[in-house]
Design a protein around this ligand. Structure first.
Ligand code: 4AD
Length: 426
């Protein structure tokens, strides 16, 4: 048999087709059996009328894997409006009783994540995830960036000690990477413009719908470029991702019941840009007073996101709340040339960025203030010793972006096997 995907069979509309997949639903009547078969592309109703075949199909349970050959024709009552009259049925594997049926608790579905991945919801999210990663790559490749990778085992922290995972490395303590950044900056002297999409690890002690312990981060680093370029690039990258998902994943967004009118403004409008100081003024107008020098919390970010229908870019945060490597604003030593991008609809921070500090003395001082030993960072200071250039970069949370685009309730569904403070299996 020359198998085609269910989607192709639906497009063929008539004639003989051979498809293979898994039983999504089965309804057993006296003189016929209806099977809704699914593969990665779609679902299709198949009807079995032959007596011998009915005997075989009668024993089948959900998720059994089948090969089916038959005639396809229009059937308006079928879930995807076509039906296959089955002429040949091969049972590849008769499934045991599938543990997942309707109305299972989220905890049960999490315990059976390896099986829940087959659901239409998870299949749709995973397809969108694949588009998101492809779009990110496409964006940077088009601009001449090289794909580059950094190690996962680290001798020092980059984003503060509180979210570090310590691991036993041949009896010595090392950390899992929180970001590629410290090992990306040395590579811009070779490749100038680089990007990656790779895992990052954060020992987040809070259980929220926005935090994972193992996330994927899309990061870029560019020599010779500054603050404005980084903001423009982050905006272009996000727009390209949303555009590609809207073009390629209409069916999946429909299955997820995503209101796509909420995503359309992203393509049409320029993202508002405001300083941290401006954001405090806007919050004050909405009766939210935040003391200067405090980081914006979820609460404040959510309020700001409610005021716009596109992501917003908040720049020049106080130095005290940001990482040691962010460049001090030459016009105001209290703030940094860094920014966050906040997604609409309460999806929180999707990008963290900055121009990089090139003054070794300032870097050392910042590290010391955080209680870090600057000696561990000598290799990093070398990037400022031998042909230092202005440069900067950012990191985008892949799962945060997917959560927002798909309209998910929890970031855990944006990745196949989520790792959080309370979940590391299956
Ligand atoms: O803002 P962050 O911490 O930035 C950095 O790590 C920089 N060194 C990146 C760079 O400049 N190359 O993290 C970047 C993004 C955040 O904006 C957020 O979207 C996501 O990563 N993120 C998380 N996503 C899910 N769960 C977590 N625990 C996350 N922590 C950060």
């Amino acid at each position: 048999m020359n198998f085609i995907q269910i989607q192709e069979a639906l497009e063929k509309k008539k004639g003989n087709v051979a498809v293979r997949g898994w039983i999504y639903r089965i309804r057993k009547l006296k003189d016929k059996i209806f099977i809704v078969l699914r593969d990665s592309s779609e679902i299709i109703q198949c009807v079995i009328k032959n007596e011998e075949m009915i005997k075989v199909a009668d024993k089948l349970l959900m998720e059994s894997s089948l090969e089916i050959e038959g005639e396809i024709y229009s059937e308006p009552r079928a879930p995807t409006k076509y039906e296959i009259d089955v002429k040949k049925l091969i049972v590849v594997h008769a499934s045991e009783d599938f543990p997942i049926n309707k109305d299972q608790s989220p905890e049960f579905l999490a315990d059976n994540r390896h099986l829940w991945l087959r659901s239409r919801k998870m299949t749709s999210i995973l397809k969108i995830r694949s588009t998101v990663l492809e779009a990110m790559r496409e964006h940077w490749r088009k601009k001449g960036f090289y794909e580059y990778h950094s190690p996962m085992f680290m001798g020092m922290q980059a984003e503060g000690g509180s979210t570090l995972f310590k691991v036993d490395y041949y009896g010595k303590p090392v950390y899992l990477s929180q970001t590629w950044q410290l090992h990306a900056e040395p590579a811009i002297f070779a490749l100038e413009k680089i990007f990656t999409i790779q895992p990052a690890f954060r020992a987040e002690k809070s259980k929220t719908s926005r935090h994972l312990s193992e996330l994927w981060m899309a990061e870029m680093e560019a020599a010779w470029e500054g603050f404005e370029y980084l903001q423009d690039d982050a905006e272009e990258m996000i727009k390209h991702v949303v555009k590609k998902v809207l073009a390629d994943n209409k069916d999946e967004l429909k299955i997820l019941e995503r209101d796509i009118s909420k995503l359309e403004p992203v393509l049409k409008k320029k993202f508002p840009r405001m300083t941290y100081d401006d954001s405090l003024k806007i919050l004050a107008k909405h009766d939210m007073k935040l003391e200067w020098g405090k980081d914006l919390r979820t609460f404040e970010e959510d309020k700001l996101s409610e005021l716009y229908d596109t992501p917003i870019i908040i720049t020049k945060y106080p130095k005290v709340v940001k990482a040691f490597y962010m460049r001090e604003d030459p016009k105001n030593s209290k703030v940094v040339l860094g920014f966050d991008v906040i997604a609409p609809e309460h999806y929180g921070e999707i990008v963290g960025a900055s121009e990089r500090e090139t003054d070794i003395k300032k870097l050392k001082k910042n590290l010391e203030e955080q209680g870090e030993d600057p000696k561990k960072y000598e290799f990093y200071f070398d990037t400022r010793r031998y042909g230092s250039v202005p440069h900067g970069g950012y990191g985008a949370g892949v799962e945060r972006i997917i959560s927002w685009i798909c309209g998910l309730d929890n970031i855990k569904d944006a990745i196949a096997f989520p790792r959080t403070m309370t979940r590391w299996t299956p």
